[in-house]
Design a protein around this ligand. Structure first.
Ligand code: GRF
Length: 216
């Protein structure tokens, strides 16, 4: 089987990227992280990736006149890496329809809420203000509308009395670090595929639960 090629896009801390890199290595996935692209210079995530010996490309979005120009530069950086999947991990840029179409069925994101509830940023604050009792994270295909696209899997965490944005955010992040490798692991092992934006198990007998309960 040909090894799968993953390109991970980050902007900052890169903890989800690190979770994927570790899972790929420690679980001996038939896959390689062939590049990390960072949209801000000097990010902690890019430094960590370099320490791991991964190829890192830094593209400062502020150096481009508009989104179209930045996305064209992104495509020019990513395409030579021949990715099977382009994995967004805390990539804080809205992508243009041209970019989204270019990587159709190969572009995946993780969002820190149970979509379609709580899109956007500051999800933990929104959750606490709303008083809901469960929160979580969603891995989904990327489409033009932000925080939409077919849901591949979700992780559910409890909201505890006394939680603040920090404690709740840390619980969600721990869940993300389990959820994202679970889903990308299905893809690199050819258990799940995505066609026309729709995920499907290659062998329905192999279907796994597409949600996790994470109470850590
Ligand atoms: C995560 O919460 C992710 O869901 C969101 O941005 C955050 C990135 O964190 N899209 P990190 O850079 O992966 O540590």
């Amino acid at each position: 089987m040909l090894r799968k090629r993953l390109v991970i896009l980050i902007s900052g801390r890169g903890s989800n990227m690190a979770a994927l890199v570790r899972a790929c290595r420690d679980q001996a996935w038939p896959a390689d992280v062939v590049g990390v692209v960072a949209s801000r210079p000097g990010s902690a995530g890019a430094a960590w990736a370099r320490e791991q010996g991964l190829p890192v490309i830094e593209l400062d979005h502020r150096a481009y006149p508009d989104r179209a120009a930045f996305d064209a530069a992104l495509i020019a950086a990513i395409d030579p890496l021949k990715p099977d999947w382009v994995v967004l991990a805390g990539f804080m840029r809205v992508l243009t329809p041209v970019f989204v179409a270019h990587y159709a069925d190969r572009l995946i994101n993780i969002h820190p809420s149970l979509l379609p509830a709580f899109p956007g940023v500051t999800t933990h604050r929104q959750v606490l203000a709303a008083g809901v009792r469960v929160h979580g994270a969603t891995v989904h295909m990327v489409v033009n509308e932000v925080d939409s696209g077919r849901i591949l899997a979700q992780a559910v965490v409890p909201v505890r009395d006394g939680d603040d944005e920090t404690t709740l955010g840390e619980r969600v992040l721990r869940a993300e670090h389990r959820l994202y490798p679970m889903v990308i692991g299905w893809l690199v092992h050819d258990r799940m595929r995505v066609r026309g934006g729709e995920p499907a198990w290659r062998d329905p007998a192999d279907a796994a639960p597409r949600w996790l309960w994470c109470d850590e």
